[in-house]
Design a protein around this ligand. Structure first.
Ligand code: FAD
Length: 341
């Protein structure tokens, strides 16, 4: 179906902040709670309702858990054909409800699924989309959504508005926003709409779905990340970082230089073109601190940097800096953490 641009629409008709939730294997993904956290903040600012819309099957117990949170409505598109993500049916169903209910703001995770779904939805409902936002705010004067994202290779931050069309749609990377907090005595309405058979149709049928090895820690959810850059020099450095991560109950990540050198899988890259992370502790080893790296880890609670160059930019954004050779410093850290256990 071709997209169309809405002209002369009545912006006042569009109300509410909607989150398009994500589930895999009938488990709600953490990014959904992060989007709900941001959505709650925005909805309160514009005094509108917060709605979660989610497709799947057997989500009842997951939805039950969401009743502890300040969400006004949950629209549950419940059908066995929606168990796994399908472009056609998800776009057909969600766009139809958006066009009927007219939300003001729609937020989607910048995940593999969200990156496929969001632009198609925006095209179908005839609005714009700002991808990979790192900050969302409400304009004090006209209440429009201010959507901020890195531009020009991360060298500047652009704030984008959607002045003439609705809904205002953004994708947000996992790990960027804070999860929604529980709130007592909040009444949530659960809506299970009737789903037209023709909208469930999908041109692609999944033959088999293999979920990724779940024993791997999801970087966006890790409390401790030990991250390596070009300064770790190779596999010996990787092993050293893994040992440190292990004794802290964390996981390892890397800069693009380290990933490009083949020392880490791409899924462990941190930064503008990798993961955005917000761990309690981020230990940057042999990483210079380029802006494209910092845009993916700068929101960590505590940043510890180890670098032999005292002028490395990473020292200007870290909480604790150690000027030294990581091959000397990291083994000392491992020794001292092990002695304390
Ligand atoms: P370097 O900049 O080479 O730094 C290595 C550091 O190691 C140096 O500071 C050095 O002093 C230190 N060192 C060397 N030996 C030791 C030692 N023995 N002990 C202690 N310290 C030592 N980068 C990312 O990381 N993630 C991204 O997502 C990303 N996306 C990008 C997107 C675009 C569009 C562009 C243009 C670039 C992107 N980059 C990204 C690349 C980024 O600009 C930097 O080139 C990259 O982050 C540098 O990686 P590094 O810090 O590991 O390497």
């Amino acid at each position: 179906m071709r997209s169309k641009v809405n002209q002369n629409i009545n912006l006042q008709e569009y109300k509410g902040v909607w989150i398009i939730g994500e589930q895999r294997d009938s488990q709600i993904e953490p990014v959904t709670l992060e989007l709900l956290g941001e959505g709650r903040k925005l909805a309160t600012k514009i005094n509108e309702e917060l709605t979660l819309i989610i497709c799947g099957e057997k989500l009842e117990s997951e939805i039950e858990k969401l009743l502890d949170y300040p969400i006004n409505n949950i629209i549950y598109l419940n059908n066995e054909q929606l168990k796994n993500y399908q472009t056609d049916s998800y776009v057909n169903l969600i766009s139809k409800i958006i066009m009927k209910d007219k939300p003001n703001i729609v937020l989607i995770g910048a995940t593999t699924i969200g990156r496929d779904l969001a632009p198609r939805l925006a095209g179908r409902v005839g609005t714009g989309l700002t991808a990979d936002c790192t900050a969302l705010e409400i304009d004090e004067v006209d209440k429009k959504l201010l959507q901020t994202r890195p531009a020009f290779g991360g060298n500047l931050m652009a704030t984008i508005i959607c002045p003439k069309n609705r809904p205002q749609m953004s994708t947000v990377r996992p790990g960027v926003m804070k999860k929604i907090e529980k709130e007592n005595d909040f009444e949530t309405k659960i809506i299970e709409p009737y789903l037209e058979e023709k909208l469930l149709f999908s041109r692609v049928q999944n033959a088999e779905i293999k979920l990724r090895n779940s024993s791997k820690i999801d970087l966006s959810q890790a409390d401790v990340i030990v991250s390596g850059g070009r300064g770790i020099k190779g596999q010996i450095g990787v092993q050293l970082l893994q040992n440190l991560a292990e004794c802290l109950g964390g996981t390892v990540g890397g800069s693009r230089a380290a990933v490009d050198s083949g020392w880490f899988e791409h899924e462990r890259q941190i930064g503008q073109t990798g993961n955005t992370v917000r761990p309690k502790v981020y230990i940057a080893c042999g990483i210079s601190g380029a802006i494209q790296h910092v845009s993916g880890m700068g929101e960590s609670d505590y940043i510890i940097a180890i670098n032999k160059d005292e002028k490395a930019p990473i020292f200007s954004i870290c909480d604790y800096g150690i000027v030294g050779d990581l091959f000397e410093v990291v083994p000392e850290m491992i020794k001292s953490f092990n002695n304390k256990r």
